[in-house]
Write a protein that binds this ligand. Structure first.
Ligand SMILES: Nc1ncnc2c1ncn2[C@@H]1O[C@H](COP(=O)(O)OP(=O)(O)OP(=O)(O)O)[C@@H](O)[C@H]1O
Ligand SMILES: [Mg+2]
Length: 373
């Protein structure tokens, strides 16, 4: 049996996004959603296959860990999209899969070009940026726009050396707003937003933002059915719903719980929740991060985890008094603590509101005992 029955298809949302990009007034969207809630899977398992079924060319590129070679992976994926092939086979290349040197077909199909990744470190050569533009030209199709699915797009801005690539890409996409439809996403909403909203941002106002809808009970029903197919153990629906809420509708954590229940059929399902939480915290190293935080940073993190609205106002002061029995540090100490948490990407700004970036870490912080503060 394959694992494919575990995928819960987001058909309705895929249809909406597809219509917007294929026929709508916009040619680019940026998809936002909390950490590990299925943005990548939506691209690779829902939107990509749908666009492909509808006769569009689909290119999926993840910029994760491509600091040295974002142009390399772009060229490689554009080249592959122009050859025939199943999109699902193509969706799994990562930067580390690239050979140090690889050959591309020229966009006009008449020759071959060898790309040496070692030469791409630092600023990209002009000739290859030109090649990128030629690939865009070949991919562009006004009747059936090619779908460019760019994941972890914020990573592109991490290296200053990528600046020429970023502006070349923007120009290439700008020139072909009818023939190319682009969807950007990434695991850092803050980083992603910075690519589109700051006036000096490389893709300023290039894409309209959309939110990945939260999963609901239909997801739980689907997973219960998948569980029944894969395992002999029984699942109680109300318990599963309760656990799903405990994990704040997070598909990954819920699936971990299902795995734990399957492996330990005699364990109380609620104990399995605790086990999953402990394992995940261990895996993500929350304890270590926490140890590295100062007392004020912990207070700020806890206020954000508990969604205290006025960090520097009365509500914040009351919260701190209640938690520690002491009065709150002054606002400038709280502000610098927040700044540091942000610099370490532990917190991010969402719609003008600061939040802990990782929902799991948020939950973990909320359960720290008072003695930690
Ligand atoms: N539609 C779905 N059906 C079933 N499981 C899903 C679905 N979407 C996500 N998941 C589960 O959640 C996990 C995380 O999904 P994914 O990596 O797509 O999230 P993400 O939002 O891209 O995360 P990040 O913020 O880290 O980039 C998947 O590996 C899978 O186990
Ligand atoms: Mg992702």
């Amino acid at each position: 049996m394959s694992r494919s029955h575990w995928h819960y298809p987001r058909r309705e949302f895929a249809g909406q996004v597809y219509d917007l990009l294929a026929h709508g007034p916009v040619s680019a969207l940026s998809l936002f959603g909390p950490r590990r809630t299925g943005k990548t899977q939506f691209l690779t398992h829902d939107l990509g296959p749908l666009a492909r079924e509808e006769g569009h060319r689909v290119v999926y590129v993840s910029f994760w860990q491509t600091l040295d070679s974002p142009l390399g992976i772009l060229l490689y994926e554009f080249d592959r999209a122009l050859r025939t092939g199943n999109v699902m086979d193509r969706l799994r290349t990562t930067a580390s899969d690239l050979a140090p040197k690889f050959k591309l077909k020229t966009p006009d199909g008449t020759g071959e070009i060898e790309v040496d990744l070692a030469n791409l470190k630092g600023q990209a050569p002009e000739s290859l940026l030109l090649l990128l533009d030629q690939y865009c030209e070949r991919l562009a199709n006004d009747d059936k726009p090619a779908f460019l699915l760019f994941d972890e797009f914020q990573e592109l801005a991490r290296s200053k050396a990528s600046a020429p690539l970023i502006s070349a890409l923007r120009t290439s996409l700008d020139k072909r707003r009818d023939g190319l439809a682009t969807l950007f996403t990434g695991s850092s909403p803050d980083g992603l937003r910075r690519m589109f909203t700051a006036r000096a941002a490389p893709f300023f106002r290039f894409a309209s933002p959309i939110e990945l809808p939260a999963l609901d009970e239909r997801f739980v029903n689907h997973q219960i059915e998948a569980f029944r197919k894969s395992s002999k153990a029984r699942l109680d629906r109300p318990t599963a719903m309760e656990v799903f809420d405990t994990f704040e509708q997070n598909p990954l954590f819920f699936q971990r719980w299902l795995t734990t229940v399957a492996l330990h059929p005699d364990m109380d399902p609620r104990d399995a929740v605790q086990k999953v939480q402990d394992e995940l915290s261990e895996e993500f190293g929350f304890g270590e991060v926490w140890l590295g935080l100062s007392a004020t940073q912990r207070l700020v993190a806890r206020m954000l985890a508990d969604h205290v609205t006025q960090l520097y106002g009365q509500a914040g002061a009351d919260f701190i008094k209640d938690l520690t029995g002491k009065s709150a540090p002054n606002s400038s100490s709280l502000q610098s603590a927040l700044k540091l948490l942000s610099r370490h990407a532990l917190v991010e700004k969402w719609e003008e509101e600061w939040r802990i970036s990782d929902p799991l870490f948020e939950n973990w912080i909320r359960h720290r005992p008072k003695t930690d503060f």
